[in-house]
Design a protein around this ligand. Structure first.
Ligand code: SF4
Length: 240
C-alpha cells in the first residue's frame, strides 16, 4: 500500500481510504518566508529575545500541531470579528487593520509591521477601541492579562491613538470570554520599543542575546515549547 497525495492506495491501484489529518496538514502548510533584519512584529515584543533572534538567524518551519492550534485560534478570532460586525453598538468595525511603525534614532532605524485584530468605533460616544483577541484552553485560568499580550497591544495603542484597548480572552472549548481594559502607558510603550531595539542590536551585530526565559522562574515553562530549545541549551552549556 502506498500513500499518494493523501489517498491510501492498495497495490491494485484502488483507493481504500483517505487521511483527513494529512489533508488538513497540507492545507495548513505555510509558505516559509524568511524574516528580514530591520522588520519586526508586535508579537515579538514580549517574546523571549533569544527565541526571536533564532527565528531570524536559523528559522524553522512551524510544526504541525502548532499550525493546527493557530488555525483554531484564527477561527475564534474570525467569529469574534463577525459578532462585532453584526452588533449595532459600533459605527465602524475594521478587522485585521494593517499597522506600520517606523522607529528611528541615532543608532538604528527599523519597522514594526502588524495587524490589529479589530478596530472599532462606538456609535453613541464615538469611542475608538482596539480589540486584541487571544484564544485560550481554559479561560477560567486567566485572572489577569499576560504581560506579553499587554506589550503587543501597547504597540497598537501607541500607533493609533485610540481611547483604550481591550484584551479579550476566548475559551476555545465554549467561547466563554474574559476581557481586560488596557490604557496607553508611555512607559510601557518605551519599554516595548527598547526591547525591539535590543533585538535589532543583537541581530545587526550577530550577538546571541541572553536566554531570557530560561532564567526567569515565571517563564521557564515556555522553554519546553520553544523550537530552539536544543540550540539554546547547547549555547548555555557553552557559557553563552
Ligand atoms: S529555550 Fe527558552 S530561553 Fe532558550 S530561546 Fe527558547 S524560550 Fe528562550
Amino acid at each position: 500500500m502506498e500513500n499518494n497525495d493523501n489517498l491510501l492506495i492498495n497495490d491494485d491501484g484502488k483507493i481504500t481510504d483517505i487521511d483527513v489529518g494529512d489533508i488538513i496538514d497540507n492545507f495548513l502548510e505555510e509558505e516559509s518566508r524568511p524574516k528580514k533584519v530591520g522588520v519586526y512584529f508586535p508579537s515579538e515584543s514580549g517574546m523571549c529575545i533569544r527565541r526571536s533572534y533564532y527565528s531570524y538567524v536559523s528559522p524553522k518551519p512551524t510544526d504541525r500541531t502548532a499550525l493546527r492550534i493557530f488555525a483554531l485560534g484564527n477561527n475564534v478570532h474570525s467569529f469574534i470579528a463577525e459578532a462585532l460586525k453584526s452588533s449595532d453598538v459600533f459605527s465602524l468595525v475594521e478587522e485585521e487593520k494593517p499597522l506600520k511603525i517606523k522607529y528611528e534614532d541615532s543608532d538604528t532605524t527599523f519597522y514594526v509591521y502588524g495587524r490589529i485584530d479589530d478596530y472599532v468605533v462606538t456609535k453613541d460616544t464615538g469611542k475608538k477601541i482596539i480589540i486584541e483577541a487571544k484564544s485560550v484552553g481554559d479561560v477560567n485560568k486567566v485572572n489577569e492579562p499576560e504581560t506579553k499580550h499587554i506589550m503587543q497591544l501597547m504597540l497598537y495603542l501607541g500607533a493609533e491613538k485610540v481611547d483604550y484597548g481591550l484584551l479579550v480572552y476566548a475559551d476555545k472549548k465554549n467561547l466563554s470570554i474574559r476581557q481586560f481594559r488596557v490604557d496607553y502607558d508611555d512607559k510601557v510603550y518605551s519599554k516595548v520599543m527598547s526591547r525591539l531595539k535590543d533585538l535589532d542590536y543583537h541581530l545587526r551585530n550577530n550577538l546571541l542575546p541572553p536566554a531570557e526565559y530560561y532564567f526567569d522562574s515565571k517563564k521557564v515553562w515556555e522553554c519546553k515549547y520553544c523550537p530552539y530549545f536544543n540550540e539554546c541549551m547547547q549555547a548555555i552549556a557553552n557559557g553563552q
